[in-house]
Design a protein around this ligand. Structure first.
Ligand code: PLP
Length: 442
């Protein structure tokens, strides 16, 4: 099909997410390999964001594609009530890499569905109804997950599901409690949360849902001790700790899971994205022993037609094999340190760069209009001020794909990226940031 025909049909019939349809003008993609993809005119782009932070092993991995073909030749789907080799193997492989006793896997189609099921499990297990989540968070676009979400994507879905309560977590660049970075800021967050829980009634709270490192709200890395303190608050009050590792999992932060930087074990973990590196869609809710023990004798009333889809699970098995055979978790840690150093140079150089946060091959540049006061450049007025869209336009012209929103520029390349490729991508970004610099004072 010719590019113009694809585009014509697309604009006549395809609905794009999160925005008004007028003005949608997508690049037509033709093929992808490694850390690159090419458009229908043959132009090459560096995928500096692993698609939408999911293609962790890179595009077109032959081991995974081979395993998918092999599974397709046997069967692609049987109902969830049957056992299959790919489902058993993937569940076993997940339990090998998840921390502690998170050993029991309920497969879903993606991240948001895993969150929905975790809400249900937490409420049933505790017999309590309230769910706590953070203001600066994203948990998915389905009814429950978007209600848990703290950022403006929630506004359009309100009133949402009942019983969801928000709290402030650590955001050390711009601390809601006025603490300096590196001080005991995290502890002030915890003290305030303790008071909130006391006033709200601890016995009404089923679970706290948290991204161990916040993703699309700015790669917010908690200060040392925060996660342990949160675990303690949960334990003292019979509240479950549910970790959303949809984005932070699978090597993105230089460890298998983001929480492993803090040595805390969740009661329930939720994941997706890097579980199959996006080759096909798959998510998972993972239970610790105490949750498993409860549902051993009580039904978990939840299910999905495609739970444990054989093709998706076979893809996941091969994908986890690639993480191991190509030492991608280690590479993310080592090359992530290099990426962090390169981005710090942009912080020194550009007046519009207020902060750089990086863990593993996962980084955020936060824009500001004033380094001293840390005033936002556009903040939630991004669309009106054309900041991220103006920046992305320039980046695509120069052949770089990444994700930018509000004052955040996200960098999350496939974990196979080399240092030379990081250099190439960062120099493009360096040039494009002249655009955001030029907006200061306007
Ligand atoms: C932290 C987090 N949780 C949940 C989700 C929702 O996952 P999905 O889009 O696969 O439903 C996302 C998606 O970006 C996410 O970043």
């Amino acid at each position: 099909m010719k590019k113009d025909e694809i585009k014509k049909l697309d604009r006549q019939h395809v609905i794009y997410p999160w925005k008004a349809q007028r003005g949608v003008d997508p690049i037509v993609i033709d093929r992808a390999e490694g850390i690159h993809f090419w458009d229908a005119d043959g132009k090459r782009y560096i995928d500096f964001c692993a698609g939408l932070l999911c293609i962790n092993i890179g595009h077109g991995n032959q081991h995974v594609l081979g395993a998918m073909k092999e599974q397709m030749a046997k069967f692609t789907y049987v109902p969830p009530s049957f056992a299959t080799e790919p489902k058993s193997r993937l569940a076993g492989m997940i339990s090998e890499v998840t921390p502690g006793d998170l050993d029991h896997v309920f497969f879903t189609n993606a991240g948001a569905e895993a969150i929905e099921n975790a809400i249900k499990a937490a409420r049933k297990f505790t017999g309590r109804h309230k769910i706590y989540s953070r203001w600066r968070s994203y948990h998915g676009a389905t009814a429950g997950a978007i209600t848990l979400t703290g950022d403006p994507r929630r506004w359009y879905a309100e009133p949402g599901i009942p019983g969801v309560v928000k709290f402030f977590g650590p955001y050390c660049y711009r601390c809601p409690f006025g603490c300096e970075r590196g001080s005991s800021g995290g502890m002030q967050c915890l003290e305030t949360l303790k008071t909130q829980i006391m006033l709200d009634g601890p016995k009404t709270i089923a679970a706290i849902f948290i991204e161990p490192i916040v993703g699309t709200n700015g790669i917010l890395i908690p200060p040392d001790g925060y996660m342990k303190g949160l675990r303690q608050i949960c334990d003292e009050n019979g509240i479950l700790l549910v970790l959303d590792e949809v984005m932070s999992g699978w090597g993105r932060t230089g460890k298998w899971f983001g929480i492993q930087h803090d040595e805390v074990v969740a009661d329930i973990m939720v994941t997706a994205k890097g579980l199959t590196s996006g080759y096909v869609q798959l998510g998972a809710m993972i239970w610790s022993k105490k949750i498993w023990d409860h549902f051993y004798d009580h039904p978990f009333v939840g299910g999905l037609t495609y739970l444990g889809h054989a093709l998706a699970c076979a893809t996941g098995v091969a994908n986890v094999e690639v993480y191991r055979s190509e030492s991608l978790i280690e590479k993310s840690r080592i090359n992530g340190e290099y990426l962090g150093q390169k981005l710090k140079e942009l912080l020194e150089k550009h007046p519009s760069v207020g902060d750089v946060r990086c863990r593993g091959l996962w980084a955020c540049i936060e824009l500001t209009s004033d380094k001293e006061t840390k005033a936002p450049l556009a903040g939630f007025a991004d669309t009106r001020m054309n900041v991220s869209s103006g920046l992305l336009k320039r980046l695509y012209e120069m052949g770089l794909h990444l994700f930018a929103k509000w004052d955040f520029i996200f960098i999350a390349p496939p974990l196979i990226i080399t240092r030379d490729e990081i250099d190439e991508a960062v120099s493009i970004l360096d040039e494009a940031l002249e655009y955001t610099d030029s907006l200061i004072g306007k």
